[in-house]
Design a protein around this ligand. Structure first.
Ligand SMILES: Nc1ncnc2c1ncn2[C@@H]1O[C@H](COP(=O)(O)OP(=O)(O)O)[C@@H](O)[C@H]1O
Ligand SMILES: [Mg+2]
Length: 447
């Protein structure tokens, strides 16, 4: 469409040139000679001289007009090209603004807060976060009652809070006598205020008093993937298809951070306790305290952080941090989903074993693989799909980062394994849908 418009414009712009060119041909023709043909024939010398002069001046005029109109055309063409380029490929910062406003339209984010609380806290370069009075948070959490604790983190707990108008939220309280807690608070609020995606937790607001910092998030009713897999239910709520959906959602969240944020974001602490699940088991990435934007200049100076079992070897040994570090951690989460094991198992008081070291030989052996699958989902999946997921996990946890796939490639390999209703492209015949494990009693006794 734009190309057609461009061509039409070019033809119009060059029309005067063609008209002029045909009125002032470069080789004089008898029809356009201002002198009668008889005269030309009778006194050739004089006539030829005058004719020559006139033809010369015509030629010059034609050339001047041609040059002028061509350069005008070229200038307009350049302007048009620049205009088309910017309308077709808006700058990344513009894209980001568009993404943010699109998401805001979807009703994500802090709309109820913005209408309820007048004050907002400006963060970073472009973020703005609603602030809420600390006393209101105290009241909403029953003065941070233990019964309201949803989870525990490095610098404090996360509480369930009941605000007015039937609004339940999650509230993280950080004790900021610790310098790192303050830093993580600033980092998380700054980043989350700028990014919005269906697979990234929504920041609703923040609050503070002299010695505590508060972050308010949307409440994720099914808690963390870690609690689901390794808590009291031992993964029994998670069918094979739900596990694949959680992996796909996580990959979508990561792809957004790596490829659609500008500058790109590396999560740096991807693990099952930082993947949260809503009522429908939609998975969202959370805990952005350690996340960094991919500004290469400070990447090498950052403090080594992360969680044992999920940290990529090159980051652990050389402090080399890239998006492939997140891919490694993703591979470990995939193994947890597949095998139902913790990333690091204690064998003896002073002896630990990583899931990667333990599983690797069996993951690549098709005859052994089914025997190491989480008992809760054993024999509930198409074996081809099982081999496929195991192969993806093996690639993600390769010691050499360049052998690991990009998260976008991982995502594409997972889409066909997730049923359409859960956000993938797999069409599952009704009768073969596996809602429950094949024999739940066996699994209960195995735990
Ligand atoms: N929005 C939420 N909804 C429900 N539970 C949450 C939410 N945010 C955190 N939690 C729970 O609290 C735990 C710790 O939260 P997290 O943000 O990871 O804190 P930390 O930075 O201290 O690790 C999570 O693993 C999860 O169990
Ligand atoms: Mg955490």
């Amino acid at each position: 469409m734009k190309t057609k418009l461009l061509l039409v414009l070019l033809v119009i712009l060059h029309k005067p040139f063609w008209i002029l060119a045909s009125s002032y041909p470069l080789t004089p023709s008898p029809q356009v000679s201002p002198f009668p043909t008889s005269m030309s024939a009778s006194s050739p010398g004089i006539v030829m001289g005058a004719e020559q002069q006139q033809m010369d001046s015509h030629k010059k005029m034609v050339i001047a007009i041609a040059v002028a109109s061509t350069s005008l055309g070229a200038v307009i063409l350049c302007v048009l090209c620049v205009w088309i380029y910017y309308t077709k490929y808006p700058s990344k910062s513009n894209t980001k603004k568009v993404q943010r406003s699109e998401d805001a339209e979807k009703g994500l984010g802090s709309a109820p807060f913005l209408s309820k609380f007048s004050s907002t806290k400006p963060v970073g370069k472009q973020g703005c976060v609603p602030t809420i009075d600390y006393r209101q948070i105290e009241k909403a959490t029953g003065n941070f009652k233990e019964i309201n604790i949803l989870g525990e983190g490095g610098f404090g707990c996360v509480y369930k809070a009941h605000l007015d108008d039937d609004l339940d939220v999650a509230v993280k309280k950080l004790h900021c006598e610790n310098q790192n807690a303050e830093q993580e608070y600033e980092n998380e609020v700054d980043l989350l205020s700028k990014i919005q995606h269906p697979n990234v937790i929504s920041l609703l607001g923040c609050s503070s008093n002299d010695d505590s910092r508060i972050i308010i998030y949307e409440l994720m009713h099914n808690g963390s993937l870690e609690t689901q897999l390794h808590g009291p239910s031992h993964g029994s709520a998670l069918t094979w298809h739900l596990r694949m959906k959680i992996a796909l959602d996580t990959a979508r969240g990561l792809k957004y951070l790596h490829e659609h944020c500008y500058p790109p974001v590396i999560h740096r602490d991807l693990k099952s306790s930082n993947i949260l699940l809503d009522t429908k088991f939609n998975a969202k990435l959370s805990d952005f305290g350690l996340a960094i934007t991919n500004g290469a200049q400070d990447k090498n100076n950052i403090k080594l952080s992360g969680t044992l079992g999920y940290v990529a070897p090159e980051y652990l040994l050389d402090g080399k941090l890239t998006d492939k570090s997140d891919v490694y951690a993703f591979g470990v989460v995939l193994l947890e989903l597949l095998l139902g094991k913790k990333p690091v198992e204690k064998l003896a008081p002073a002896q630990c074993q990583s899931i990667v070291t333990w599983a690797m030989p069996q993951l690549t052996d098709r005859s052994k693989l089914p025997s190491i699958v989480d008992p809760v989902i054993k024999n509930t999946m198409d074996p081809k799909h099982l081999y496929q997921v195991a192969a993806v996990a093996v690639l993600c946890v390769q010691p050499e980062p360049s052998y690991r796939p990009l998260i976008a490639d991982v995502l594409h390999s997972l889409i066909p394994l997730v049923p359409v209703e859960l956000g993938g492209t797999l069409r599952v015949p009704q009768q073969s849908q596996q809602v429950l494990p094949v024999d739940p009693s066996v699994h209960l006794s195995e735990q």
